[in-house]
Write a protein that binds this ligand. Sequence first.
Ligand SMILES: [Zn+2]
Length: 323
Amino acid sequence: MKIAFTWDYELFFGEQSGSVEKCMIYPTERLLEIAEKYQAKFTFFVDTGILVKGQEISEFSTELKAIEAQIQHWDSSGHETGLHIHPHWEDAVWNKGWKFDLKRYKLADFSKEEVPVIFDKYIDKLQSLTLQKIVSYRAGGWCIQPFDWHKSSFEKHAIRIESSIFQGGKNETHPYQYDFTKAPLKEKWNFEFDECSEDKNGSFTEIPIAAQTYSPLFFWRLFVLGRLFPSQHKSIGNGSPAKGGGSRKDFLTKYNHLCVSADGYFVTQIEKAIRDAEKRGWERIVIIGHPKACTQFSLKYLDKLISKLSKKHQIVCLRDLEK
Ligand SMILES: [Zn+2]
């Protein structure tokens, strides 16, 4: 099995954006140490808005340099860099920290003419930092729809791999808007105009994030452990998430269909997801994670997990799952 750990490298987008050091630099250093220990390769989806907007603010220059140096470090170590666009950076304001307005959260909140302009600006900035060619894309907040708004930009910049969707996923609560309930139940497929409809001759490859159903019991454990052992289970990132990702009540009372994730306590469910994929006869799996959502617990767990997985599987970049 080829396993791709894909990390969305970004701040928080709620009331508190958090610090670059705690949300990005420190947890990513720890992840890179784990990767190096077991010769695993990771993929980092860089929220490029911070690079584009950050260069306008002189007070942010030290943080910006640290981010750019970290990207260049993993790039030269053979990890993959993917483009991740959260276009609400277009409206971000610096006031002793980043303040976000999520009225225009996804590319679909801009005009069809503005989308390729934003895309060009972001990918040119990111590609200027990496020696490896960028071939993979993940939309901010999973909001890739409608894909045909992205199509000309994918073609122009030779982006071949799309990895925003997870099968069965749906969220129409502001600022989110996605519905992947019609996506094929396959480990990858080609497409042309719509990422959820397979086209065998399509120019692009969808390699979806793996998904699984989490029971209320899982969330009870997660919340109780967070209360009892905050030093182990509290996110290292020091910001607050954007609203709209689901309420605590829903998590504690209903079954939830979500991504297979390396964030915090979710890391404990990865092996089950791999077994489920193997039962289907699949040869690849994509796991999502966020450096900002790593916990001391998840980093220790991940170290042991990758040690174990690397004996039986290949832990590789997302682009290695294309073939
Ligand atoms: Zn993101």
